[in-house]
Design a protein around this ligand. Structure first.
Ligand code: TYD
Length: 424
């Protein structure tokens, strides 16, 4: 029988928080004059109450208390976010919610930090309740935390964690326990503590906790814009952003992205093929897309992955429909069997005018392909077609000013991505 209530530990279970915790501990220890400590010693700060960990370094109670102040001064602003969600966690949480399971956080971290971490990584929306400790609580007693987090009317509940403390906390409250071996504890530690179940991966955890809930379709994100709009930089940033939030990102591109489609890419972009007829061109892009969608995009989405694709069908509508003046409807028609209903959930359109984009291309060191060498009037028509698309699909297409600074564009793109993920 499935569990109807799940309590999660945070560090080492949902997030790989080690870097920020170790860094904060090291800074605090150094401020206290404990220099030259073996860096491995800071790994033992992940999980147990901080106060105990500082004492384990040889500090007195008074020193440990002072060290906690230094730790938190760094942690609150920086260390908190030197952290990443384990791959697959958002999908696991979505599946639990979809299956009607109650989801709670039971952490020995201060509640304020736990809430900020969940919010920062877009996980807060999955939780029915969050229980951490007060900032002045030095014990961080897990049985007490679990008791506080456990809802009154919990039926079959389990505590999931990566350390013996978590297992002890669950057992003390008479509930089952799941030890995750991918965190900061060892399998031996968790087995010795008497975990009801042990799992090695998030995938195994999902199979245990939500066996009958199908994997949700992944998120399909595309990035569009004129050549020279800075797509590559923003795709790198988006990929990092999504990966840090636990999304399993499959990065790909069009034309290309699969072996056959990459061969078509060479033909369609080769400067040797300058005389290519626009219809041939449109059909080649569509052919490459058909391959890519079937071989890469659909399987990845079916496996719950996030597909991050450099260009998709909007490029054909803009370049062949607008730029080559084949007409939007004709190009859409050609692409219907290629796309086969697989449309992006979110599209980032990097908006830069044709003249600026052309200036950027002329400064690029790489040789220009067959499309890039087109005149400004061509790229102006592409721009206009993109604008029309953005007007037509305001819910899907997020247009940002690609002449703003790189960091500002990334900030806007990520904020929009968050909103779209939250709306799912
Ligand atoms: P891109 O990979 O963005 O170029 P680069 O490798 O130089 O960054 O895109 C290749 C070119 O193909 C680009 O000029 C846009 C064009 N293109 C179309 O005309 N139609 C399409 O459907 C696609 C996907 C791309």
């Amino acid at each position: 029988m499935r569990y109807d209530t799940i309590l999660f530990d945070l560090d080492g279970t949902l997030t790989e928080s080690g870097p920020g915790i170790m860094h904060s501990a090291q800074i605090a220890a150094e401020k206290m004059g404990f220099t030259g400590v073996d860096p491995a010693a800071f790994a033992r700060f992940i999980g147990p109450p901080l106060f105990q960990s500082f004492q384990a370094l040889g500090m007195t109670e008074a020193q440990a208390e002072q060290a906690m102040g230094h730790y938190r001064a760094y942690f609150a602003h920086r260390g908190l976010f030197e952290n990443a969600v384990y791959p697959g966690i958002p999908n696991l949480l979505r599946r639990l919610r979809a299956g009607g399971t109650g989801v709670y956080l039971a952490t020995a971290k201060p509640q304020v930090f736990a809430e900020r971490i969940l919010a920062h990584f877009g996980l807060a929306r999955f939780f029915d309740g969050v229980v951490g400790i007060a900032l002045d609580d030095k014990a961080g007693d897990k049985p007490t935390i679990v008791r506080a987090a456990l809802p009154k009317r919990a039926g079959r509940a389990a505590m999931v964690g990566d350390r013996a403390y978590d297992i002890d906390g669950g057992k003390a409250n008479g509930i089952d326990t799941v030890g995750v071996c991918y965190g900061y504890g060892t399998q031996a530690e968790l087995a010795h503590a008497g975990a009801t179940h042990l799992v090695d991966t998030v995938t195994e955890l999902a199979a245990l906790l939500a066996p009958d809930v199908p994997i949700p379709r992944g998120f399909f994100v595309t990035v569009e814009g004129l050549d020279g709009s800075g797509k590559t930089t923003q795709i790198d940033a988006l990929g990092h952003y999504l990966t840090q939030r636990g999304y399993e990102v499959v990065r790909t591109r069009e034309p290309g992205g699969s072996p056959i489609a990459e061969q078509i890419r060479r033909v369609v972009l080769s400067p040797d093929n300058l005389g290519m007829h626009p219809v041939t061109e449109a059909l080649l892009y569509a052919a490459a897309r058909a391959e890519h969608v079937q071989a890469v995009v659909r399987p990845a989405l079916a496996a719950g992955k996030t597909v991050l694709c450099d260009r998709f069908v909007d490029s054909s509508v803009a370049y062949q429909g607008g730029g080559r003046a084949l007409g939007v409807d004709v190009v859409r028609g050609l692409n219907a069997p290629a796309v086969a209903g697989t449309m992006p959930d979110a599209t980032l359109l990097l908006r830069v005018d044709a003249a600026t984009a052309m200036g950027r291309r002329s400064r690029a060191t790489a040789s220009l392909d067959r499309i890039e060498v087109e005149r400004e009037a061509f790229h102006q028509r592409v721009f206009d077609a993109y604008e029309a698309l953005a007007q037509l699909y305001p819910d899907r297409i997020c247009a940002v000013d690609a002449t703003a600074g790189v960091a500002e564009i990334t900030r806007q793109a990520c904020a929009r991505m968050d909103a779209m993920l939250a709306a799912r």
